[in-house]
Design a binder for this molecule. Structure first.
Ligand SMILES: *Cc1c(COP(=O)(O)O)cnc(C)c1O
Length: 447
């Protein structure tokens, strides 16, 4: 098989797919979904043609994509991949580096070191922090909490690495009533039982209420949130973090998408967040980098490097080797597309993208309110939570909008009632795309 031929064919097909963005359905129709049955074949006994494989992948696979790269995709907070990030990713595939340390890949180690510095700079977080580039906010939160628990136990003289958890002093967890489901997953996997986790009540907007914050001590990990997934709201860091630190607690912040507000004119929403001990954020959401790229950021670099250490011969893992800052040992250089996005956008480009999305979210909220919808959140960020008059009407309009193939956004339940969750997070989305969304929803409401 000619390597050039198959890679050139892949490039051509990828190019065709990308140029169809904006013209294709945002969610596949029934025929495209039925076409997926073409993949249902037995494992081949012998080698087959890679060109045939690619044709099958494109002809049956491409039509069945959710066009999350489309300017009218408003689901979850998925973003679209910036051309610069996507281009860097392609070159990276050709390099095929195992990016565990400098010895394995000098270029990856160098670029990830610089990406780490730029991320801290863009997000105004403590410059001494270590940044691990992991697969997801889920995995990065797991890593941060593991490092936090180990550090709290170490302060009590408990050697977690040697003695594990049996007989260890108890580490308590406090999370928001509205903590993301993946934070709960990370805690569960780490062995913090859900019945033992302490829940902090939230106010009417969905932020932890400082008046009702459960007691904290020096064996507590407090998990806060920057950007609640329905409302886009932020916990009041300036009120909570100094109290937690005075009690000796460790503060972790899940900022999967919301942390990027700190790189923009919306930074006041994050006031006081830099006082925390660790943070999680994604590249693949609001920074518009490819899946799967996320970051765990830990002020105490040694605490992270010790918890994730895979340098068997040393007591303390090197702080600058990604294999010591993450779960993965053999890994892609996830920091490279993040470096590429930051280099292409620059500080002002990141700010402009975040601010544009927030303005577009407000534009959607205004348009839908004018069309008779109920906007349920304050729209402080890029998330808009919407209802029609009744549950039935809300569900019917969403289903009709999704079936149209003209746009896509997801469903959620807010205060026990069904709602739409509209998220603006794609660099491709223009004001006219937002206006079309409003028009279509208003037309569906009048039907
Ligand atoms: C998406 C999201 C996560 C999980 O991020 P993944 O990268 O998908 O694992 C966690 N918290 C919040 C607030 C999110 O929006």
């Amino acid at each position: 098989m000619d390597e050039d031929e198959i890679l050139a064919d892949a490039d051509r097909r990828a190019h065709n797919y990308l140029t169809s963005i904006g013209k294709r359905r945002v969610f596949p129709d029934a025929a495209a979904l039925n076409g997926l049955s073409a993949f249902d074949e037995p494992l081949p006994e012998h080698s087959t043609s890679p060109l045939d494989m690619l044709r099958l992948l494109d002809e049956s696979g491409s039509p069945a994509t959710a066009a999350s790269n489309d300017p009218r995709y408003f689901g979850f907070v998925v973003g679209a991949t910036l051309p610069a990030a996507s281009a860097a990713e392609r070159l990276m595939l050709a390099w095929d580096q195992c990016a565990s340390s400098f010895d394995n890949s000098p270029v990856a180690a160098t670029l990830e070191r610089i990406a780490a510095r730029w991320v801290l700079d863009a997000l105004h977080l403590p410059r001494e922090s270590a940044v691990g580039f992991g697969t997801s906010a889920t995995a990065c939160t797991l890593v941060a909490i593991a490092a936090a628990r180990r550090a709290l136990l170490l302060r009590k003289g408990w050697d977690f690495d040697a003695d594990g958890l049996v007989g260890a002093p108890e580490v308590k967890i406090v999370i928001s009533e509205l903590a993301h489901i993946t934070v709960k997953k990370a805690l569960r996997v780490l062995g913090f039982g859900m019945k033992r986790v302490i829940v902090a009540p939230v106010d009417a907007d969905g932020r932890i209420d400082p008046q009702r914050l459960p007691p904290l001590d020096d064996m507590t990990i407090l998990c806060l949130q920057a950007g609640e997934v329905n409302t886009g709201e932020f916990d009041p860091f300036a009120a909570l973090i100094p109290r937690a630190k005075a009690a000796g607690a460790w503060v972790h912040v899940d900022g999967a998408f919301g942390l990027w507000a700190r790189a923009s004119a919306k930074a006041s929403l994050t006031e006081g967040i830099d006082g925390a001990h660790s943070w999680t954020t994604d590249g693949h959401k609001w920074l518009n980098t490819p899946y799967d790229g996320a970051m765990v950021i830990c002020r105490d670099a040694a605490a992270l490097a010790q918890a994730m250490n895979s340098d068997a011969v040393y007591l303390t893992g090197a702080h600058d080797a990604q294999k010591n800052l993450n779960l993965e040992f053999s890994r892609r250089a996830r920091g490279i597309p993040i470096w590429a996005a930051l280099r292409a956008l620059g500080r002002s480009g990141v700010a402009a993208m975040v601010e544009r999305h927030c303005a577009q979210a407000s534009r959607i909220a205004d348009g839908l309110r004018a069309g008779g919808f109920h906007v349920l959140n304050r729209v402080v960020l890029n998330q808009v939570l919407v209802r029609a008059d009744t549950d039935e009407q809300t569900v019917a309009i969403r289903e009709a909008a999704q079936a149209s193939g003209e746009m896509w956004f997801g469903a959620t339940v807010w205060k026990s009632q069904p709602a739409f969750r509209i998220s603006v997070s794609s660099w491709r989305t223009r004001d006219e795309d937002v206006d079309r969304l409003v028009e279509l929803l208003c037309a569906l409401r009048k039907r």
